[in-house]
Design a binder for this molecule. Structure first.
Ligand code: PEP
Ligand code: MN
Length: 355
């Protein structure tokens, strides 16, 4: 089984599926059998210990679920993975031959907990997947990975499951793709998979989010599945049957990172040159804009005027949004762009004022 798991690390896509929580032996085995029958899943997941937001919610079946998972592996030949949050859970999972461990989002936020897991893994050769922390903090995610690596674990991977925010949004956990992209940039050789189930929190957008991850060259997906999703003891709204999962995976356009075609590379190279030129020009123009802002700063200083002029700023934004619309640029992007330009401009003006 060890070689089988090693091979999964090297060959895309890694598709992990199974229930949010193991509930009963029948549920676990039936889900596993039906997942295996799809021929598209290469690892089984199940939550044994569940970190729930409120006490009194179903907190997982505990150790008694581990033999069910071992049985599911025996029947299907699929390796297994569970979430661990304490040294004792690591020990229990290892004693039942779980093949891969994952660190949950609520654990990655806590360096004490991750260190406890790392210490329990010293000298143990088992792959570990580290979910992003619930808050959008890359350093914390990196720190979690480093702690596990320092324990001597060779195969570490990342799971992007989105970041929590307050209030009702389209997502249960906002994907904030740019953070995951930055993590991939910093760890180019590390496995990165997406967990659309916990990003979406609902079924209807699972497909779109999965496709988005594959478009971004992720190595695989972890998707929750259940034989009777609506009756699931946890995360009922986001789970799908193994058969629906298979349909979904069928519809995904699996993209490759590269192709052996001179024509494609030549065309891409030309367009990339254009992008490079445009980026260069943009930078020059932004630099000019800052120089003008500095001149304004000097006048404001002379006349003892505040840097921030709210009316003027609103006027600029309104104009920009109208124009952006006709240019095919989103309001969301323009907001971020103007925020960044405005802040940089204020920094330049502050420097002038301090002189
Ligand atoms: C889970 O995978 O069921 C889970 C609890 O996920 P997360 O740690 O992303 O909340
Ligand atoms: Mn879940």
């Amino acid at each position: 089984m060890k070689e089988k798991v090693q091979a999964l690390w090297a060959k895309k896509p890694l598709i992990i599926s199974g229930p949010c929580s193991a509930e009963t032996e029948e549920q676990m085995i039936e889900t596993a059998k039906r997942l295996a029958a799809t021929g598209k899943v290469n690892m089984l997941r199940a939550g044994i210990w569940k970190p729930r937001t409120r006490p009194g919610m179903f907190e997982g079946v505990g150790v008694k679920g581990l033999p069910w998972l071992a049985q599911a592996k025996k029947i299907t030949g699929l390796p297994t993975t569970v979430e661990v949050a304490t040294a004792k859970q690591v020990e229990d999972a290892l004693s039942f031959d779980v093949d891969v461990l994952w660190v949950g989002a609520r654990t990655t936020v806590n360096p004490f907990s991750v260190q406890e897991i790392a210490d329990a893994l010293k000298g143990v050769d088992i792959p570990v997947l580290v979910k992003n922390p619930i808050n959008p903090d890359l350093e914390l995610w990196l720190g979690g990975i480093e702690r596990i690596q320092k324990a001597g674990v060779q195969k570490v991977g990342m799971i992007h499951r989105g970041f929590s925010s307050y209030g009702n949004t389209e997502f249960r956990n906002a994907p904030m793709w740019h953070l995951a992209i930055e993590m991939k940039r910093r760890n180019p050789d590390m496995l990165m998979i997406c967990d659309p189930s916990h990003i979406c929190g609902r079924r209807d957008i699972l497909q779109a989010i999965s496709q988005e991850a594959i478009n971004l060259d992720y190595d695989g997906l972890m998707i929750e599945s259940h034989i009777t999703p609506n009756e699931a003891w946890s995360d009922a709204k986001q789970q799908i049957t193994p058969e629906v999962l298979a349909e979904m995976l069928n519809k995904i356009e699996w993209r490759k990172e590269d192709v052996n075609s001179e024509e494609y590379h030549a065309a891409l190279e030309k367009l990339r040159q254009q992008i490079n030129h445009l980026d260069d020009e943009l930078m020059q123009i932004i630099s000019q804009r800052m120089k003008v802002a500095e001149q304004i700063g000097a006048y404001k200083k002379e006349n003892n005027i505040t840097i921030l002029q709210t009316n003027r700023w609103n006027e600029i934004l309104e104009k920009a949004f109208n124009k952006a619309n006709t240019l095919g640029l989103s309001k969301e992007f323009m907001t971020k762009y103007y925020d960044a330009v405005h802040m940089e401009s204020i920094t330049h003006q502050n420097k002038i004022m301090e002189k």
